[in-house]
Structures are given as structure tokens and as C-alpha cells.
Design a protein around this ligand. Structure first.
Ligand code: G7M
Length: 355
């Protein structure tokens, strides 16, 4: 798997200028920013690239927890901030403070009442080992208006897409997309990009698929494992295209995903030492790109905003419906839709869901 570069000068963000905050979520510690880069050509002319920068504070890593197994201390260079050491298990490993960096650069007391104390802390980063990254970023450059709309705060409403709405409006809209829209998917399927990240591949053009880490995952925190399976069959756009004939492929995706999570990331399932039940697999309807793919999350990762009812369809339920003979094109599917989205204007060109 590709290892993240710890360089402080990747250069990718050089020249990024914030234009405005498109959206932010304090609970998930994330923000979507609109920015721009000014590019200077060789002849001296300048042009501006719009970009969307998605920021998300990272979760605590195994490495962070293991550092807490030794008595906690803050750097002595923490200025006026005071340091509190948590109570430690008597059996906890004790490392000589000189042998390792402090966990926190500084800790500041905010308040105390009875057994409760609340604090702010600054993580320690040493120059020789920057440790865990604080922020996970995704840069989309150049960003189209569709990208900007997608990542902007917007009004959302529940839409109930009937078979007629699908056949008359949605399906022709999906069919109108140029293949270049999902170039990044073809790059993965053709091993042109992310090839060293491939976790599993079944190369069969009809029933095969590739499993890669989702770009949202930091590729190391197993409690928030997020990988995805992308099918080789380019005719399958969404769960609406699935039939009984695809049950074998879907079951194989589930089995292989579970095996990957177990063997490569040590995620155990119902029984210790066994994979069954270690991952939650689902499909989005609507997805953000129309080439069939399955989201695979650690079973413990229950807080992901993309795993919400109305958008996430449990892979097992989809397989069950197919086994029962349900025609996916004949279902009415409910989902929450942003009024900035293209699909909204396709379904409601007059901007009104009553039409
Ligand atoms: O909502 P939808 O089902 O379409 O989800 C698409 C998923 O693809 C999201 O979870 C994205 O994070 C993921 N994704 C999007 N892009 C552009 C890439 C990419 O270039 N590489 C990888 N590995 N995942 C991506």
C-alpha cells in the first residue's frame, strides 16, 4: 500500500488562497473550503484554478494510545500551561521520559468540579518524528461547479424516486454522462492510478472487482477502516442495474472485503480470530458516481455520515431482495437530496418538488 508522505513540503497546497467556507461540521471536525490557485504560464499569462479543499481532523491512532501507556507528561517548554498526569494502571508500561517524546506539547486546565476536570491539550510533534498527522485533506483541483455545489451547505429534502421517475428522467441523465466524468475509476480499473494500493483484485470483466482504500480513509486507523470495491463491469451504473445474476459477484465482494479487513488490517468479526462480521458493506443510492461500487466500513465505524438511512443500502439487504426476485428498477427509492445538486434540477427543473 502507498505510504503517506510525511514531507512538510509536498507543494500541492502552494499558492492555495481561501475564497470562502462552503460548509463545515463541528461534530465531525470537518470543513469544505473553496479556494483558488493562480497559475502563471511560461509566457507570463496567468489563469485561475478553482479548488475545493476538504479538511478533517484525524482520529487518535494506535501509536497515540500506546504512547499513553507510559506516564503522561507534557513538554517542559509548554510556557505557562500546567500539566496534569492521568491516573495510570499500576501495571502500565513505564518508559523513561528521556527515551521518548512527551505525548502532549502542553496541557491547559479549563475547569474542575468534584471528580471532573476539563482540559485542552496540544499534541507533541518532534522534528525528527512528526508522528501522526493532525488533518486529513482532500484537494479537488480544478473543481467544477458540480464539485462546488456538492460540497456546499444546502437545503435537503426527501425525494421518493418512483420507477417512472427513474425511467423517464434519472436513467437518461445517467446515460448522458461522458465516460471522462469517472476517469478516476477507469484509472483504478486499468491500474493507471492507485495500483500500489490495490488490496484485492478479481480480474474477470463480468464478475470481477478491485478493492482499494477509499480516499476518505487515512489508511491506517483500523477502527475507521473505509475501503471500497469497484466492479470491472462498466455496464453497471448503480443498484438499479442489479439482477439475480449479480448475486454471486456481490457475495464475493462481501467475502473478499471481509478477508482483506481481517488479513491486512487484523479486523476480527463475531469470533476472535475469524473475519465473519468484521465489516459493514453498503451501496449508495444515489451515489456520487455512476459505476457500481460497494462501500466497506469497519463494523465498529458506526458514525460515518455516509452510512445514513435513505442513502446507504446494506449489501446483504440488496442481495436478499434480488434472491426474492425483486426488480430493482421497479422499486420506489427514497433519499435525501440537496437542492444544489444536478439531480435536483433533473427531477425538478422548475425548482419545485410538487411538479
Ligand atoms: O457516494 P458514492 O457512493 O459515489 O461514494 C464514492 C466514494 O468514492 C466516496 O466514498 C469517495 O471518498 C470515494 N472516492 C472518490 N474519488 C474521487 C476517489 C478516488 O479517486 N480514489 C479512491 N480510492 N476513492 C475515491
Amino acid at each position: 500500500m502507498a505510504s503517506a508522505s510525511s514531507s512538510t513540503s509536498s507543494g500541492v497546497l502552494d499558492g492555495f488562497k481561501l475564497i470562502r467556507i462552503l460548509d463545515q461540521d463541528p461534530k465531525h471536525k470537518s470543513a469544505n473550503l473553496l479556494g483558488e490557485f493562480t497559475c502563471t504560464a511560461q509566457d507570463g499569462s496567468t489563469s485561475v484554478d478553482q479548488a475545493v479543499l476538504i479538511l478533517e481532523k484525524t482520529h487518535f491512532s494506535e501509536q497515540f494510545y500506546s504512547r499513553l501507556e507510559a506516564p503522561t507528561r507534557a513538554s517542559t517548554s509548554g510556557g505557562e500551561r500546567t500539566t496534569k498526569a492521568p491516573k495510570l494502571d499500576a501495571d502500565a508500561a513505564v518508559l523513561d521520559g528521556a527515551e521518548r517524546d512527551a505525548v502532549f506539547a502542553a496541557v491547559s486546565d479549563l475547569g474542575q468540579n468534584d471528580v471532573y476536570t476539563w482540559l485542552l491539550a496540544w499534541l507533541q510533534h518532534s522534528a525528527s518524528d512528526p508522528g501522526d498527522a493532525d488533518v486529513k485533506m482532500t484537494l479537488i483541483r480544478p473543481a467544477t461547479q458540480t464539485h462546488i455545489d456538492k460540497y456546499s451547505a444546502q437545503r435537503r429534502v426527501m425525494v421518493y424516486e418512483t420507477p417512472e421517475m427513474y425511467a423517464r428522467k434519472v436513467q437518461p441523465w445517467i446515460a448522458s454522462f461522458p465516460p471522462s466524468r469517472i476517469q478516476w475509476v477507469y484509472n483504478i480499473l486499468e491500474h493507471k492510478k492507485e495500483a500500489d494500493s490495490i488490496l484485492f483484485e478479481d480480474p474477470d470483466p463480468e464478475t470481477g472487482f478491485i478493492i482499494v482504500p477509499d480516499l476518505k480513509w487515512d489508511q491506517k486507523t483500523t477502527s475507521s477502516l473505509y475501503i471500497q470495491a469497484i466492479v470491472h463491469n462498466r455496464q453497471l451504473t448503480s443498484l438499479r442495474d442489479l439482477t439475480k445474476d449479480h448475486i454471486g459477484m456481490l457475495q464475493n465482494i462481501k467475502d473478499q472485503a471481509s478477508k482483506v479487513a481481517f488479513e491486512k488490517f487484523s479486523l476480527a468479526g463475531v469470533q476472535e480470530g475469524k473475519p465473519d462480521g468484521n465489516v459493514r458493506c453498503f451501496l449508495h443510492y444515489h451515489p456520487s458516481y455512476y459505476h457500481l461500487h460497494v462501500h466497506i466500513l469497519a463494523a465498529s465505524f458506526t458514525s460515518h455520515p455516509g452510512a445514513v438511512v435513505g442513502q446507504a443500502h446494506l449489501l446483504d439487504d440488496v442481495m436478499d431482495l434480488l434472491r426474492l426476485g425483486v426488480d430493482m428498477k421497479q422499486r420506489t427509492l427514497g433519499y435525501s437530496l440537496g437542492t444544489n445538486s444536478k439531480l435536483w434540477s433533473v427531477l425538478y427543473p422548475d425548482g419545485d418538488s410538487s411538479t
